[in-house]
Design a protein around this ligand. Structure first.
Ligand SMILES: *Cc1c(COP(=O)(O)O)cnc(C)c1O
Length: 475
């Protein structure tokens, strides 16, 4: 391919990308085509002969278009998804163009150094112990897994067992204590680690999803042998934070490793008005947090932060005679995460922190908190809509038909979700929480404004009126 052809190809991608981003705020915030329709669009036999790259990109853009969700749109409140802001997006393009295999600092010094600086910035912004090591992983699922692998190794090492060498067979049993409202991916991580998703002590949680501190302490006190305790900064529905100071006291007394899943909530630490929510979290031994949620980096990006660097590396490091730069004290990004060959995620993180700055991050987190409270207040003006929790962060979980029998309210709440999505003004998803149906809104896209919140609240109220009217007509 000539230089001119390469430029033409990348310009086509640029054109598609820019057009997509420009249209996102005004398009329906749901995918226009279903999964089944998209399968039919993409289905094709293996191409027997190659095609011109420009034609391939044109075809990809045309095929994918109807099946794209407006996840970068300002009224996308589904799950907890950041909006891949421009500086991170552009850095991500360069990351692909530079094509560094970022496992090793001798092979890819720019990638390793950018990660190292970004890691230091993260520890400063999140106000966590500055000597901690930071692995750049694919997201909080893997970040939590990495931290728990370090925890597993260290609590067993203290019990005289080398899990890295001997595995888990005949190892002293580890007690895992966590709140019953831990995120589903924590259980996935425990499964990967041979600790078992069900072989855990579940501590009851309050209505905000926070583990009961006294029950947590009692569970830790009763545990014998090596113990891992898992707390949460930012519950997926309520945004609630565990009470870290008493949890850390109890973990310390029990000699437990305390890990905190702070996928999005840990970013409260970067916002002076909200940092109090996570007070004491710095006393944990490890933390999982995402870049692709509140920091608005492209997918995929999360950070495994471990106070005990040696435990982190013992759990993840990889040695082979053909790899340079081992044992020379330099940062090998691949020694802190499960992958050897890997994307240079440090560039996009560096770019997003640089583009927002400490002040920009703090302002964004505070603004999202205010917008979530605004949404909750607008919804709660209707006497038959109930917000399920105190809005402390950026999450709003609510129920419709609170004047009805609970089962009926569940049915109508569930029925309203697709009506909201079909309308397309905004996107919210449904969930079950504490045995009841809820609708969840996560205010986390960088571009969301007060006007977006008001338009979205109006759309929810209109959908709810329609569902009520239709239900009334049927009754
Ligand atoms: C999103 C989330 C996770 C999982 O993170 P991924 O980035 O999706 O892997 C874990 N815990 C909490 C609290 C989350 O919000």
């Amino acid at each position: 391919m000539t230089d001119a052809e390469l430029r033409a190809l990348l310009s086509r991608a640029l054109e598609h990308a820019a057009r997509y981003r420009a249209a996102a705020p005004d398009r329906p915030h749901r995918p226009l085509a279903s999964y089944e329709e998209m399968r039919a669009r993409f289905a094709a036999p293996v191409p027997e002969t190659g095609a011109a790259p420009a034609a391939v990109i044109e075809e990809l853009a045309a095929l994918a278009a109807p099946g794209l969700a407006a996840m970068t749109g300002p009224r996308f409140f589904g799950w907890v998804i950041g909006a891949t802001e421009p500086a991170g997006l552009a850095a991500d393009w360069l990351t692909s163009a530079w094509a560094q295999n970022a496992g090793n600092h001798r092979a890819a010094p720019a990638a390793a150094a950018a990660e190292e600086t970004a890691a230091g910035w993260l520890l400063d912004l999140l106000d966590l112990p500055r000597q901690s090591s930071v692995g750049f992983a694919t997201g909080a699922t893997v970040a939590n897994f990495v931290c728990l692998a370090a925890a597993r190794g260290e609590v067993l090492r203290r019990a005289g067992w080398d899990v890295e060498a001997q595995g888990l067979f005949a190892a002293p049993p580890i007690t895992v204590v966590l709140g019953e409202e831990a995120h589903s991916t924590i259980f996935t991580g425990l499964r990967y680690l041979g600790l078992g998703a069900e072989r855990v002590v579940r501590v009851p949680a309050d209505r905000e999803g926070r583990a009961e501190p006294s029950a947590f302490a009692a569970a830790l006190k009763a545990a014998r042998g090596p113990v891992i305790a898992i707390a949460q900064a930012g519950h997926i529905n309520s945004g609630g934070f565990d009470a870290f100071a008493p949890l850390a006291d109890a973990a310390e007394a029990a000699g437990a490793w305390l890990h905190v899943d702070g996928a999005f909530g840990l970013w409260a630490r970067a916002c002076p008005e909200l940092a109090h929510l996570a007070a004491g979290v710095e006393r944990a031994q490890s933390w999982g947090v995402d870049g692709h949620k509140w920091l608005q980096t492209p997918h995929d990006c999360g950070y495994a932060i471990v106070a005990d660097r040696a435990a982190h590396e013992r759990a993840m490091s990889n040695h082979a005679s053909y790899l340079p730069g081992q044992g020379d004290g330099g940062r090998n990004p691949g020694d802190l995460v499960p992958e050897l060959s890997r994307r240079a995620r440090g560039f996009a993180t560096w770019a997003m922190i640089k583009a927002l700055g400490r002040e920009g991050i703090a302002a964004m987190v505070a603004r999202h908190g205010a917008l979530a409270r605004r949404l909750a207040a607008r919804l709660a003006q209707s006497p038959d809509i109930g917000v399920m929790h105190e809005v402390v962060l950026n999450q709003v979980a609510f129920r419709l038909g609170t004047d009805l029998a609970p089962g009926r309210a569940d049915a109508l709440t569930r029925a309203t979700v697709p009506v909201i999505q079909e309308d397309g003004t905004c996107f919210m998803g449904g969930a079950e929480w504490k045995g009841r149906a809820v609708i969840r809104a996560s205010v986390i896209g960088a571009q969301t404004s007060e006007d977006d919140i008001d338009r979205s609240a109006d759309a929810v109220l209109a959908a709810w009126r329609r569902v009520k009217a239709e239900a009334g007509a049927r009754a």
